[in-house]
Design a protein around this ligand. Structure first.
Ligand code: HEM
Length: 349
């Protein structure tokens, strides 16, 4: 996993050479990077193969978030379909066809004797489950497709958005940027990051946690209420869907104090438990309970490696072009993107 992440970051950094002193829009850069990482690590392919899928998922996300809070009348879609519904059905079909092509390619490699297993990356495990000889354990085609779509989306858009918000905060808070760089250089020098060192990145972890608190990529915790539940004064009837927003707890002064809206990574200096005063549900950027994020460790390691490799090479300042306007399109995104200026770091490690 680490070599694949490092190789993808190196491709990005190679492109950045010669851009020093010029404005770079990082959301777009990190979108390509995180797409490449998830394509390589989970699907054993390059970004180019997944490019169309990412673009279509992107469009589907926008349509979904536009319609998230619209009331649907049961069965009406059998008689009449809105333009959004028609478009999303078309996109879903195209995504399905493209994912099937990637799956078929993996199957053909085994059938043609080029390799002797479906592989042990994420796609390989899914294709194995799809071919399981035991019918009880076998994955259906729908399961396989749904898992691929979830992974493409969750593995990419989240880390992309987190990295972009972190870079924004480091550009604004030069002291934290310098602290993080010093830590990275102390641990890795000029060398590429390694897992042992990644585990020692304390300041970077504090910065990541504080960014997740203020601008965590996920909006809220979608849940179906299956039976009537009383939550203090609130009575939730059965058979409704709810979306408690993380922003409610992540920016509640009751848990975080009057400086709740300020970027203060020092809150996390003694860990998450201490920062939340031992209230686990006050900080839940990766969800909570049995359906919490399966990619948490992966996403965090990826974020640390990318940041380390950038901080080793560049100082980051905010471009005057930046306009602060976060919007919610399933995840919290910078509406007008994030423009920064990079300058080479000179150090003797
Ligand atoms: C900073 C990065 C990430 C954040 C903030 C994040 C956040 C979340 C959240 C809030 C959920 C819903 C949890 C719940 O309903 O309780 C979730 C689910 C999920 N995430 Fe992540 N995620 C991140 C990165 C990743 C990555 C890199 C992957 C894959 C490699 C991934 C794969 C998934 C999957 C498959 C689920 C669905 C789990 C299930 O339904 O059982 N996530 N994530």
């Amino acid at each position: 996993m680490t070599p694949a992440i490092i190789a993808s970051v190196e491709t990005m950094l190679e492109k950045w050479k010669g851009q020093e002193g010029r404005e770079i829009e990082v959301l777009k850069e990190f979108r390509l990077l995180t797409s490449e990482v998830i394509s390589r690590t989970a699907f054993g392919s390059s970004y180019l193969e997944g490019e169309k899928i990412f673009a279509m998922l992107q469009k589907l996300t926008i349509i979904m978030s536009r319609n998230l809070f619209k009331t649907r009348i049961p069965l009406i879609s059998k008689l009449w379909k809105s333009a959004d519904l028609l478009e999303s059905e078309k996109l879903s079909k195209e995504i399905k066809d493209r994912v099937m092509k990637i799956v078929k390619k993996r199957e053909d490699e085994v059938v043609n004797g080029e390799v002797n297993s479906f592989g042990n990356d994420f796609l390989g495990l899914l294709v194995n489950a799809y071919h399981d000889s035991d019918e009880k354990n076998r994955f259906s085609l729908e399961d396989l497709l749904a898992e691929c779509k979830t992974f493409y989306f969750s593995g990419q858009e989240t880390v992309n958005s987190l990295l972009s918000w972190i870079v924004l905060h480091l550009a604004i808070h030069g002291d934290w940027q310098e602290n993080a760089r010093r830590e990275v250089i102390d641990i890795f020098g000029n060398q590429n990051p390694h897992l042992e060192g990644v585990a020692k990145l304390k300041i970077t972890t504090m910065i990541i946690n504080e960014t997740l608190r203020l601008y965590g990529p996920s909006n809220g915790l979608a849940r179906a209420v299956t039976r009537e539940v009383q939550l203090e004064k609130l009575l939730l009837p059965a058979n409704i869907n709810i979306l408690p927003l993380y922003i409610g707890v992540h920016r509640d002064p009751h848990f975080w104090g009057d400086d709740v809206h300020h970027f203060k990574p020092e809150r996390f200096a003694e860990g998450i438990a201490k920062a939340t005063n031992y209230t686990a549900a006050a900080f839940l950027p990766f969800g909570l309970g049995p359906r919490s994020c399966v990619g948490m460790t992966f996403g965090t390691i990826e974020t640390k490696i990318v940041l380390s490799m950038i901080l080793q090479r560049y100082t980051i300042t905010l471009s005057p072009a930046y306009i602060h306007s976060p919007i919610s399109i399933l995840s919290i995104r910078p509406q007008h993107e994030i423009q920064v200026i990079l300058e080479p770091v000179h150090h003797n490690a």
